[in-house]
Ligand binder design. Sequence first.
Ligand code: BGC
Length: 423
Amino acid sequence: MENRMPAFPDSFLWGAATSGHQVEGNNTASDIWAMEHVPNSTFAAPSGDACDSYHRYPEDIHLLADAGLNAYRFSVEWSRVEPEKDRFSRAELDHYLRMAATCHERGLTPIVTLSHFTVPAWFARDGAWNQPEAPELFERYCRQVVTHFAGEVTWWVTLNEPNVGALLTATGLLAYGGPAEAAQEDPAEAFARRVGGEPGTATVALPVTTPEGVANLCEAHRRARTAVKELQPKARVGWSLTIQDFQAAEGGEQKTADMLRQIAEPFLELSKDDDFVGVQTYTRMVFGPDAPLRQPRTERTFQTGWEYYPQALGNAVRLAAGFTGVPVLVTENGIATADDDLRITYTREAITSLREAIADGTDVLGYLHWTLLDNWEWHAGYAMTFGLATVDRETFERTPKPSLHWLGQVAATNGACLDTGRP
Ligand code: BGC
């Protein structure tokens, strides 16, 4: 008899993730929208209409459900819900409630992120996460959302990748968008003017790199968690962390330990009091004695330049679960590639590594693929294709890729078809 690995738990969540700003379109009251439109912006293209998911979310949810998936992670845009400080929009709260209702109608579990990188422009004007009131302002917003949802959503992710600033700073990879050229106007100053704030104070929210900002993010998470639990005792609350597979090359053991202490551990520490830890893994980072080592490019290297290393996922969930002692929810994992066969191969290998971690005793609640649609990928604009479906940039028509069907079959068989070749 074939020696099969233990199955995924019966309640396993199989789904895909999106974030509001990357798919909705026209989030005109957000910090990132403002930054997209300043001269010398570090964004390759403005988000514009994105995938028009603000109007087309039922299509997105049908895509997931028709494929056989059972969960959808999406985010609420704080800048829509509170476009001016202290002015909450009931109509926008209703919009997100309808998204959750549509998930329920189609048998999907909604997992809601309260802030996926973007914040309202007024919050950025006043210093974003650096302002002392930031935790309180975030808590107040979370209370509005959770009260309005009145128990329709059980799973909450407070903040997406609060540790991305730590990762970029510690590894020296901060120059993602590239510095503005000399003699050109500094986009940070233009941003401050656009949002009506002072240069040096007004700032886009993420990545957070100042010690005060990081402390405020941590406090915002604690306060949001307490508020959600108070309003909805059965809620399951966590935050989602960027946890890559941190490996030491020969002589790099001390450096790797230092990196973990900066990038992961302070954030995982907070997860110890959560219901789960959200893990977002794409690749590995290998550290030499002084710095991360560059991996050679191959035909499998991501469009983003990241190394193809799907087994990173199993190692990352082991790390997160081992450190925190709480269950892991894989809130993101995926590949930026134009080759959909490669997406299937990557995802199969990543999920297989996840299953091995489960077989070793790691408590894993679900797997949410990044991402449902080819979308607006932050600084890269529309150049990266992480999606399980394409989106026509003129008509917004969605076309599922074979990988969506494949992942749906994995979900429908609760992982059993991983052993039998292609579904
Ligand atoms: C973010 C997503 C992003 C993805 C790919 C994650 O860090 O949460 O918003 O699109 O990585 O870069």
